[in-house]
Write a protein that binds this ligand. Structure first.
Ligand SMILES: [Zn+2]
Length: 291
């Protein structure tokens, strides 16, 4: 993990992506203009605080402007995913500009994954999260990129693998695709029930990879509310990219917990669990690039 600062906005990068000069950033909750539960770099217009209020639209647009500036994007020509915990990966063109960011955008389509080629007319793509896993992909030969939001539902639907397939369909060789799994809820804080375990088991069994289960689910215990496990969802996402054919050395799992990472200024990331369902979302952003 590399911590960086640009225009007073702190953000994280993947050392692997840095090595290839790929323009990307995982932001924190800091450096924005929103207040209250959305303090401060919130990019969600739908999430609600404990009074049932959403963030001020103009503030989210300003926050998007700051986030996108980290990779040279503008609000008009960039896209943020309309996330619904599915496995749709949208292939973008210039008519999608502003989608998920500006109310005036021409098109708004649901999709937890976004794909952009350097020639598509889109400057940057972005996913939002607050414990769910953000995953960024980049083709170091073609300059095409993919951004994915993967909660446990998207994870068992293998949206990571779907992203790799979308890139391959658009000319990528698997050995050129790099993957960075950003800050998400860590195994330290992510207690899940048996139903999540069984869904993951089903997904891994279909990929002949059931042997990964003991690494992904630890501290099995029986409680009065049923069997519980601690789930390493970020590692699962990285493993799904490898199962989709990426060389292991092409994947970088940052392994930073959104729920319990704090410093002297308090919470570093927005966290759905840590803030009891009333939080904003931070952004993970990447730009298609010329090689
Ligand atoms: Zn934690």
């Amino acid at each position: 993990m590399n911590f960086q600062m640009q225009n007073s906005i702190p953000y994280l990068t993947s050392p692997l992506f840095e090595k290839y000069g790929i323009p990307h950033a995982f932001t924190t909750r800091r450096g924005g203009c929103s207040e209250g539960a959305f303090d401060s770099l919130n990019v969600s217009t739908r999430r609600k605080d404990s009074d049932g209020c959403t963030d001020i639209y103009e503030n989210t647009v300003e926050n998007f402007r700051r986030v996108l500036s980290l990779v040279g994007g503008t609000t008009e020509k960039s896209v943020c995913a309309h996330q619904v915990h599915g496995n749709t990966v949208l292939e973008l063109s210039d008519e999608h500009g502003g989608m998920g960011i500006l109310r005036g955008a021409k098109i708004n389509i649901d999709g937890d994954g976004l794909f952009a080629a350097p020639t598509c007319g889109i400057e940057a793509i972005c996913v939002k999260s607050a414990d769910c896993t953000p995953i960024l992909f980049a083709d170091r030969r073609l300059g095409s990129v993919c951004a994915v939001h993967s909660g446990w539902r998207g994870t068992v639907l293998d949206i990571a693998g779907k992203a790799v397939e979308t890139m391959v369909k658009n000319g990528s060789r698997r050995e050129d695709i790099l993957c960075a799994v950003g800050p998400c809820i860590g195994v330290c804080c992510y207690e899940v029930s048996e139903d999540v375990y069984l869904e993951v088991e089903k997904t891994l069994t279909s990929k002949n990879a059931k042997k990964l289960l003991p690494e992904l689910f630890i501290n099995k215990r029986d409680t009065e509310n049923g069997r519980k496990y601690d789930f390493n969802i970020g590692k699962m996402c990285a493993e799904l990219a490898i199962l989709a054919g990426l060389p292991r050395e092409n994947t970088d799992f940052l392994d930073i917990c959104t729920c319990c990472s704090t410093d002297s200024d308090g919470r570093i990331f927005f966290s759905h669990r840590g803030q009891h369902g009333h939080s904003g979302t931070f952004a993970s952003v990447i730009a298609p690039f010329r090689v």
